[in-house]
Design a protein around this ligand. Sequence first.
Ligand SMILES: *Cc1c(COP(=O)(O)O)cnc(C)c1O
Length: 370
Amino acid sequence: MDADLPVSPPRAWADIDLATLRSNLNVAREAGGADVMVVVKAGAYGHGLEPVAKVLAAERVAFVGVANVGEARRIRDAGVDTRIYLLGATWAEERAEVVARDWTPCLSSLEEAAHFDRLATAAGRRLRVHLAVDTGMGRGGFPEDGLDGLMEALESFRHLEIEGIGSHLPSADEDEEFTHAQIDRYHRILERLGGASNFRWRHLLNSAGLLGYDRRLCNLTRPGLMLYGVSPLPRHQTGLRPVMTLNSRVTLVRLLPAGHGVSYGRQFVTTRPTRVATIGIGYGDGYPRHLSGNGARVHIGGHDCPVIGRVTMDQIMVDVTDAGRVVEGDKVELFGANIPVHEVAQKAGTIAWEIFTGITPRVARCYSGG
Ligand SMILES: *Cc1c(COP(=O)(O)O)cnc(C)c1O
């Protein structure tokens, strides 16, 4: 490489404001009124696993919640010593490491419990575990009709400490009635299993749960999305600010005559002489192709500009005819303070969670406020 040739900046990058992350955590703390397990699965919802876990751990949260042992390993290796909770099931061959590194699994069956107990016995230590109970999600945990005699059966596992009990809400942002009934069911289960005081940690509420519902006997919340600045319940957006701004730059500006097609399939055809800016981002960066033709907009120099034609892999086109002076190199916001990510999600027919986690590795993450 020629050292004297300039290095190109990335075409697309995500600014990640860690001070805003901290401030959103405080909103979650106050709204939930309980200790917090910060959910950082899937690379902290695309915000970068290690940097986000480090910042949140420094705020003395009770647990860091991850999807699997691969993520747990990365966080430990980054030097975070906050307790790690595994939100998903473990495979048998992963469990020795869970025991050795004292990660906290959630259990869905007695077979899993027995295996962890054998491994903990062999390692000469006691492992703290949580019970997962299925109160309606249908994804993991002990089914409700499998709870009879459970505590008695678990007592024989001398090297397990049943430290907590968790469940998960499938529709806290969609179905209030079901969610209230589910929260009642969770409390009845606590009673059946010997009472809330039997469990050091009781947790049920994700972002929508802690924002929209009473925490009652729960003493640990599990916020994910809201930490990154988006409330699943629009009426509770107050106080939350986006941590990530997705940016790109104008690569070209051209004047096209009326009647000129734009992008694959020529589904957009200009109806007037149109100034078209080409932007260096596409679905290869995680800017969804499903936005094509659905009225998406980007923000350039204080103006909203409509995306025209299909989103391509590396480039999109926007109409800048009415956007004042726009030139090559101008910064473009795809979402952030001016374009809410939930608007992008809605226009793409998906949810903010998927937009965040879909931002690909090609997009450089640039951190500030750390
Ligand atoms: C992902 C996840 C959460 C966080 O959910 P948000 O809706 O992002 O707040 C909480 N609990 C469990 C079990 C999860 O899988």
